[in-house]
Design a protein around this ligand. Structure first.
Ligand code: GTP
Length: 205
């Protein structure tokens, strides 16, 4: 099984949400800490890409400032891959709290089976999930040239990359996809997240 680092993206504006998503109280922690703790149990190393000052309460964490500031998630991925040094990197948003260890194990197996894929990404509802996906470090120079051309859309970068898409039919056999890929974008998503959390607590009873 390849050693995979995790890159936790924690920059951005949270403009739709209206306040900083990463600092939202969640299951007795902040949202970022909750996700960081989950990632730590399954990945070799976790690199947070965001403000070291803002996240200084995460005492042991490795936090890297964006090399290209205010350029969105693709630039965050660049910084994560740059500092990671590992060939395989799982990139995750700081607003997706229901990615779980079962999915992380699944993604490790996918990476082992498809060393030729530069990106391994899941498909849900006809859309790809680029912030719950594996990226090879060899993508660095391509990402950099897209950023320098101001092509910041992950979707257009994807068109130029060698990727393996994990089909929804396969994922559905193992996961409840709506919850797995749920992310908080708007204030009203908070109550949905709390309901999912309650559901999880009840299922562990
Ligand atoms: N490191 C880094 N992460 C980012 C950046 N922009 C967005 N992200 C992260 O990417 C993930 C998805 O972010 P979005 O919800 O698309 O963007 P956002 O700026 O946080 O929110 P909106 O302003 O509502 O679009 C979250 O984990 C963000 O923290 C960035 O410029 N740098």
């Amino acid at each position: 099984m390849p050693k995979i680092n995790a890159v936790l993206l924690a920059g951005g504006e949270s403009s739709r949400f209206g306040s900083d998503k990463a600092l939202l109280p969640f299951a007795g922690k902040t949202l970022i800490e909750y996700i960081y703790d989950n990632l730590k149990t399954s990945f070799n190393r976790v690199i947070i890409v965001g403000s070291p000052v803002k996240y200084s309460f995460l005492k042991e964490a490795e936090i890297r400032e964006d090399i290209y500031q205010n350029r969105g998630p693709l630039a965050g991925i660049y910084t994560g891959l740059y500092f990671s040094k590992s060939s395989y990197n799982f990139v995750c948003g700081c607003d997706m709290p229901f990615l779980n260890s079962k999915y992380f194990d699944f993604i490790h197996k996918q990476a082992a089976e498809s060393p030729e894929a530069e990106i391994i990404v899941s498909c849900f509802n006809g859309y790809l999930e680029p912030l719950a996906a594996i990226y090879q470090r060899s993508l660095l120079s391509n990402i950099k040239s897209e950023i320098l051309k101001n092509n910041l859309k992950i979707k257009s970068f994807y068109q130029k990359s060698r990727k393996k898409i994990i089909k929804e039919e396969i994922l559905k056999r193992n996961f409840k996809l709506e919850k797995l890929f749920f992310n908080l974008n708007y204030p009203e998503d908070q109550s949905k997240a709390i309901n999912y959390l309650k559901e999880e607590a009840e299922s562990f009873d």
